[in-house]
Design a protein around this ligand. Structure first.
Ligand SMILES: Nc1ncnc2c1ncn2[C@@H]1O[C@H](COP(=O)(O)OP(=O)(O)OP(=O)(O)O)[C@@H](O)[C@H]1O
Length: 476
């Protein structure tokens, strides 16, 4: 998988070298599994990977202001292929409770998103149906299952009826916020967070109708501590299944929780990606499911002009970058480096030259990263320097130029074509024309570039950055 890229490995090493105390902290975090697994190097890097995925997902939620646009069609696989397939074009068609419809409109939703068009009628059908749904982040999954939970809950009954599992505390909070917003016109509706640190008195029973939490704590609350009676749960949601299974122990805990629920409990599972492992897990926790998939909007190199620049050193690459900036007007650019060290250095150098630079770096907290991206989106900075690890999955639509200060390679040093496409493909979406410039500083990187070129069968032209006229031409 591209996620364990070489850059991630380098960043891990840098992080480890930078601070022993952080390392110890993270090792602590990597330990908790009940399976008694020892904390090997691999365990450490897997835990970082899981944290990375969860952080990425949180980042996307924090910076997202609206729905991700998609022109792809939804693929629906019904449990009973003979039953009619309903889809709705308006929220009215769903016959929601008035308070709920009011909540939906108060959130500014005018009509269901693409995935909601099919998912909502299925989730709200009687008798309840199970669902596995996959679509990229930002397509309206959370809003859909929150609506389903709020539709089924009976606020008059003061015990948990809906249970939602999230991979981390922070992600649980984000979903909780959506529940609160959408359920705003239901004052009697209450929400409890089953997350580590939320200590309740033994023997207590929870009166909140919706519980959202992480698998370990939810399992404790349902079994050992008996705060929740699992037999009374009507809707079970497993959110971010792909992020969930990246964390050791979460998969087993989720399955154990699911086994305690009544047979007729509605099971809903959501995931942004659908690799084999997610699919296998989904089938274990969601019996007899309907399945909905929405393909990612294809990234394309067709509308992107690609160039490479030959240099001999990091300093030469920097000069080339300055020359490009001197010759053409760039509204906003993203510059990708392999390591946070290079990224930090480059950002500092660019600022010295008077550029308004934002730096997105691995050691930043997710909230800090979100703030950096927000400022960049608002145009407060014109250049965003980042490592691959930080910027994966982030869409900033107005970026028209992408510069690979270092070419993307995987952990074995081979070209990472997927990352290349993802980095620059975004500049050419929705009919926009983009520009990508690759810095080549060795025979090795020339070889990588050639292989990328072959892979996509798209010519990458040489650009002489000492020739200002030539640079100017590339924008024509
Ligand atoms: N029908 C809708 N109309 C307008 N905006 C919507 C609609 N549904 C959801 N949104 C908004 O779109 C954004 C993405 O929605 P949502 O969080 O539900 O997507 P998601 O697929 O769950 O993504 P993620 O997994 O990243 O949270 C949110 O800002 C949400 O408020």
């Amino acid at each position: 998988m591209a996620t364990d890229s070489w850059a991630l490995a380098v960043d891990e090493q840098e992080a480890a070298a930078e601070s022993l105390s952080t390392l110890q902290l993270k090792e602590e975090k990597a330990k908790p599994d009940a399976n008694g697994e020892s904390n090997t190097c691999d365990g450490f890097s897997n835990s970082l990977l899981a944290e990375d995925r969860a952080a990425q997902s949180l980042l996307n939620k924090l910076i997202r202001s609206n729905l991700v646009d998609t022109t792809n069609q939804v693929e629906v696989l019904q449990r009973d292929p003979n039953s009619p397939l309903y889809s709705v074009k308006s929220f009215e068609e769903l016959h929601l409770k008035p308070q709920l419809l009011q909540g939906v409109y108060a959130m500014g939703f005018n009509r269901p998103s693409k995935i909601q068009e099919n998912a909502l009628p299925m989730m709200l059908a009687e008798p309840p149906q199970n669902l596995i749904a996959q679509s990229q982040s930002g397509t309206g999954k959370t809003a859909a299952f929150v609506l389903a939970m709020l539709s089924r809950v009976e606020p008059g009954n003061k015990y948990p009826q809906c249970l939602c599992l999230s991979p981390t505390y922070e992600l649980a909070l984000q979903t909780g916020k959506v529940i609160e917003q959408m359920g705003k016109f239901y004052p009697e509706l209450k929400l409890a967070y089953a997350v580590r640190g939320n200590k309740l008195e033994r023997g207590q029973k929870i009166s909140e109708q919706i519980v959202i939490g992480t698998p370990g704590t939810v399992l404790d609350w349902c079994s050992k501590l008996k705060f929740i009676d699992p037999k009374k749960i009507k809707v079970f949601v497993l959110d971010e299944a792909d992020v969930m299974i990246a964390t050791q122990g979460h998969q087993d805990q989720s399955i154990r929780i699911q086994r305690m629920l009544p047979r007729d409990c509605q099971m809903l599972l959501f995931s942004a990606t659908f690799e084999d492992s997610v699919w296998k897990f989904a089938q274990k926790v969601v019996p007899d499911p309907n399945i909905i998939k929405l393909k990612r909007e294809e990234e394309t190199l067709d509308t992107i002009k690609q160039y490479y620049v030959l240099c001999n050193s990091r300093d030469e690459k920097f000069r080339a970058l300055c020359n490009i900036y001197g010759a053409i007007t760039i509204a906003q650019a993203m510059v990708f480096c392999h390591t946070r060290k290079t990224a930090g250095w480059l950002a500092a150098e660019l600022s010295k030259e008077g550029h308004q630079v934002a730096l997105l770096s691995g050691e930043m907290m997710v909230e800090q990263r979100a703030a950096v991206i927000e400022r960049f989106r608002e145009g407060k900075e014109k250049v965003l320097v980042t490592t691959n690890v930080c910027a994966r999955g982030i869409d900033v639509e107005q970026v028209s130029v992408v510069i690979n200060f270092d070419l993307p390679v995987d952990k074995d040093g081979n070209p990472d074509n997927e990352t290349y496409l993802h980095r620059i493909g975004r500049t050419g979406r929705f009919g926009k024309r983009g520009l990508a410039i690759n810095m080549v500083d060795s025979k090795h990187s020339m070889n990588i570039l050639n292989r990328i070129q072959e892979h996509f069968s798209k010519k990458i032209n040489r650009l002489d950055t000492d020739d200002l006229d030539e640079i100017e031409k590339i924008t024509n």
